[in-house]
Design a protein around this ligand. Structure first.
Ligand code: ADP
Ligand code: ASP
Ligand code: MG
Length: 421
């Protein structure tokens, strides 16, 4: 019988220094000794990627994206090589590869590249030779051999893409927390670990600020049906399974609260209220490759209306320039910005069939005197903007209001069974 092939991914904090790399090597070797074939994807050591970004900023105001990718990809290359060395020193054959070497082919969108194809030929060859394969995460290569990276947190995507290409039996994501929690445990100390979350919930959680998994990796996992097990690299405890929605999950009303701190709001005043104006403004913004998130338009007064939208704070300067130009073209009024907001969201598949979630959320905020800015909803989430400095306090209040914490973890909402999860 063919041995089971398992893809494991270790994040930056799991390989932050030589002692941790040796600990990962021991874990990998223990799994290898049970007869499994192993492909191990690694992130850069600790905060290496941030440090490389800072280095680039010290030599250039606008670093060229092509060279940025060449620079950032080195971080993961270091960890893949060191881990293979550490595994070998424990007496197990290992071979390290870059993303390019294992045939991760991407488009040309430097720093945000999308994977187009994975050949994995060299992985198969190395596995046949009995090696544990270590792979530098977060990177690939264009068809014309340019090095690319897959967006921040992109080693998760490397792991999922390889698990799919190799038809792996399991895909295990090792990190510095024991799973997906009801909120970031750094903000909410009594947050509770979820034993399972659906792809859709995880996708919302990740896009709305739970950095524990890269959002795009979840999109790909969902598309190819790759079940993920997110767990701690520092303990043996079972973590969180991310997979198809199961019946069991339906009892959950809210499964998580997230916070995105790096948001900014732009308001365009006195926009003429006629067809085509919004299209023109947002087309200009889209052409500048800035992602617009929430959009709110007030009801028109005397043929004019105000439009507000949120963007990543990093994009604020750029979007203000574009918005000012577009507003002039449509003969709109003043364009103002607010860089001090955060987006808070509650997410849960159970919200589809329960009412009263928004009311409960707003009540909890009122009790804390937290003012709500914009509001947007989807089937399984409610997002609001608030002042950034109130972010953590608001997350804790809402987490409490929905009884998500470890003690007395009841979910009480109108129409819910209030069952313990
Ligand atoms: P890695 O380097 O392993 O990829 P990350 O730093 O990218 O790890 O992600 C893990 C971190 O995500 C945790 O340390 C935790 O603070 C944060 N996090 C945010 N929201 C959540 C959540 N809902 N559940 C678990 N962790 C979360
Ligand atoms: N090292 C990269 C980052 O910090 C990729 C990753 O860790 O997944 O974003
Ligand atoms: Mg990560």
């Amino acid at each position: 019988m063919k041995p089971a092939l398992v893809v494991q991914k270790y994040g930056g904090s799991s390989v932050a220094d030589p002692a941790r790399i040796r600990a990962v090597a021991r874990r990998v070797v223990a799994a290898r000794r049970t007869g499994k074939q192993l492909v191990v994807v690694v992130s850069a050591l600790g905060d290496t990627t941030d440090e490389l970004v800072e280095l680039a900023a010290e030599v250039s105001k606008h670093p060229p994206q092509r060279e940025m990718d060449l620079l950032l990809s080195t971080g993961e290359q270091v960890s893949a090589a060191l881990l293979a060395m550490a595994i070998r020193s424990l007496g197990v054959k290992a071979a390290a590869f870059t993303g390019a070497q294992v045939g991760i082919i991407t488009d040309r969108a430097h720093t945000q590249a999308r994977i187009q194809d994975v050949s994995a030929k060299r992985i198969h060859d190395a596995l046949k030779r009995g090696c544990v394969v270590t792979v530098a995460g977060f990177q690939g290569m264009t068809p014309d051999q340019e090095i690319t990276t897959l967006g921040r947190g992109g080693s998760d995507l490397t792991a999922v893409a390889l698990a799919s290409a190799l038809k792996a039996k399991a895909c295990e994501i090792y990190t510095d927390v024991e799973g997906v929690y009801t909120a970031d445990p750094r903000i909410v100390p009594n947050a509770r670990k979820l034993s399972a979350v659906s792809y859709d919930e995880m996708l919302e959680l990740a896009s709305l600020g739970a950095q524990v998994m890269q959002a795009r990796s979840i999109e790909v996992a969902k598309k190819y049906g790759i079940k993920l097990h997110l767990r701690s690299s520092f303990s043996k405890r079972a973590g969180t399974v991310i997979g198809k929605e199961e019946k069991r999950m339906e009892q959950m009303v809210v499964s998580g609260v997230t916070l995105r701190k790096d948001e900014a709001k732009v308001t365009i005043q006195d926009v003429p209220d006629r067809p085509g104006v919004a299209a023109k403004i947002f087309k200009r913004i889209a052409d500048s490759r800035v992602n617009v998130d929430m959009i709110v338009q007030n009801e028109s007064k005397k043929g004019h209306t105000d439009v507000s939208f949120t963007v990543d704070r990093a994009d604020l300067r750029k979007v203000m320039q574009v918005a000012r130009r577009a507003t002039q073209e449509v003969k709109g009024g003043k364009v103002t910005s607010d860089p001090g907001i955060a987006k808070l969201s509650v997410v849960g598949v159970g919200m589809r069939s329960h009412s009263g979630i928004a009311a409960k959320m707003f009540e909890a905020l009122a009790d804390e005197s937290v003012n709500i800015g914009m509001i947007s909803t989807s089937e399984i989430k409610i997002s609001i903007t608030i002042r950034r400095e109130q972010g953590a306090q608001a997350v804790r209040a809402i987490h409490d209001a929905f009884g998500l914490g470890k003690v007395g973890a009841k979910v009480k909402a109108k129409g819910s069974k209030g069952r313990k999860r």
